[in-house]
Design a protein around this ligand. Structure first.
Ligand SMILES: [Zn+2]
Length: 149
């Protein structure tokens, strides 16, 4: 008989198999501390056996799927709202264009030609800078995607 308490694994093996190492079994049967541990594990394992595989008497998947929103109908509604919004925006632009059309011809008459060239140059420079920045960002994103692959 051994004189030190066996480790938890040995006690569990004794509870499950009842045929552990004979020296360990002899110790457990003589030691009140180990017997208490065996009783606790016995209770735990009995509870685990009783509570195995809780089964529902209904189809959980079907119940959950029935409560999920239908994606197709929602998508249609969202598309209709988007189309309506775009039609409103186009109508507003057309109306605005209709009212300012007579003034468009004289739009650039009041501005000196030098100022006009400055505005055009600035607009071109800003556009090129934005395009270069967009291209750089696109390349950076493509590189990060390639690193994941
Ligand atoms: Zn013991």
């Amino acid at each position: 008989m051994i004189h030190t308490h066996p480790d938890e694994m040995a006690v569990q093996e004794y509870v499950v198999n009842n045929s552990s190492n004979p020296e360990v079994a002899a110790h457990i049967e003589q030691c009140p501390h180990c017997l208490a541990l065996v009783a606790e594990y016995q209770l735990l394992f009995d509870e685990l056996k009783e509570g195995e595989t809780p089964a529902f008497d209904f189809d959980l998947t079907q119940l959950v799927m029935a409560q999920l929103p239908q994606p197709a109908a929602k998508k249609k509604a969202t598309k209709a709202v988007t189309v309506t919004a775009w039609l409103l925006v186009v109508a507003a632009c057309a109306l605005l264009f209709y009212f300012i059309q007579p003034m468009l011809a004289g739009l650039f008459n009041g501005i000196a030609s030098m100022l006009l060239y400055l505005i055009a140059t600035a607009a071109i420079c800003i556009s090129v800078a934005l395009l270069v920045d967009m291209f750089k960002r696109h390349r950076q994103q493509m590189n990060s995607l390639n690193n994941y692959a």
